[in-house]
Write a protein of this length. Structure first.
Length: 312
């Protein structure tokens, strides 16, 4: 007897449900109010904020293995003049002479244009965004393409990777000499050396601000107590293909660290010749031995830049 169309449809539906597609462990999930939640097995690792309510996009929280954020919004002792310290952010103090670093009412903005790509996977998930760096008069100073990636590591540790491509449109863009930019990290208050008894170390053996401040290094680690019983931290990694590698790190005992890309000298971006940058934050438990951090850095150093197509 010939099966009815309804029976065939039900059989096909049953076969489809019998073999579901695997659910990716790592996901980049859009949220309301211009946010993207990066999750591992349904648990948030970090969140990308790109709404117009802030002068620049940022990532918060950045959750450690304990589930608590290892970063914070604002300086614990000076929240007004350091209002730009939003957890993890991309910026630069002087782009064609325009200060994109500090917050100024009606001032320059790193303005989100659109999310261009989202991707999930078992090992990593990412989001790609197009941003325009606009001065206070609305003039475009620089185009930025950014891929934000979360990558699973062993246990509850993970890697946050930032791929940046800075482009000049019609005229050269100058990133002036400065210790501020293009990447900043404001640690949780309890991790700071002053407020929480944390520790700063770098790849060259430097300890705390006196040994790491504006010193070239492959990486800088900032770790300290995050719960009553647990210490965790973040290692900021510089990729060897980046200009001025090993780059100086601007790091303070008050819970701040950043990449000082142009502290050794200004960089010029010509039209049609984008500047590629690749950085990572190793989110870890405890106070890893330097050799263990070095292994993470070497794995990261072996990876390649993301090449974004230059679009109009």
């Amino acid at each position: 007897m010939k099966a009815s169309p309804l029976a065939l449809l039900l059989a096909l539906a049953a076969a489809a449900f019998a073999e579901p597609k695997p659910v990716p462990r790592m996901q980049a999930i859009p949220q309301a109010h211009a946010q993207i939640s990066f999750q591992r097995d349904g648990v948030e690792l970090t969140r990308y904020h790109f709404g117009d309510d802030n002068p620049r996009p940022y990532l918060f929280p950045v959750n450690g293995p304990s589930g608590r954020s290892l970063t914070r919004i604002g300086h614990p002792r000076d929240p007004v003049t350091h209002s730009h310290h939003n957890s993890v952010w991309v910026s630069h103090q002087f782009v064609n002479g325009v200060n994109f670093w500090e917050d100024r009412a009606g001032g320059p903005r790193i303005a989100h244009q659109r999310i261009e790509r989202l991707d999930d996977g078992d090992r990593a998930a990412f989001a790609e965004a197009l941003n325009h760096w606009i001065d206070k008069d609305g003039r475009l100073q620089m185009i930025e393409r950014r891929r934000t990636t979360v990558q699973a590591l062993e246990g509850a540790e993970w890697l946050l990777i930032l791929d940046l491509q800075f482009e000049a449109k019609d005229a050269a863009v100058v990133l002036a000499e400065t210790a501020f930019g293009p990447l900043g990290v404001r640690l949780a208050k309890t991790i700071g050396v002053i407020d929480g008894g944390g520790t700063i170390r770098n790849s060259e053996g430097g300890i705390d601000e006196s040994g790491c401040f504006r010193k070239p290094a492959r990486w800088v680690d900032y770790a300290g107590p995050i719960t009553a019983t647990a210490s965790e931290g973040i290692t900021l990694l510089d990729h060897p293909q980046n200009p001025h590698h090993p780059v100086p790190f601007h790091v303070r005992n008050d819970g701040w660290m950043g990449i000082a890309l142009t502290f050794p000298g200004a960089l010029t971006i010509a039209p049609g010749q984008p500047l590629h940058l690749r950085y990572a934050l190793y989110v870890h438990t405890g106070l890893p031995e330097p050799a263990a951090i070095e292994r993470v850095w070497k794995d990261f150093a072996a990876t390649e830049w993301v090449e974004f197509p230059v679009k109009k």
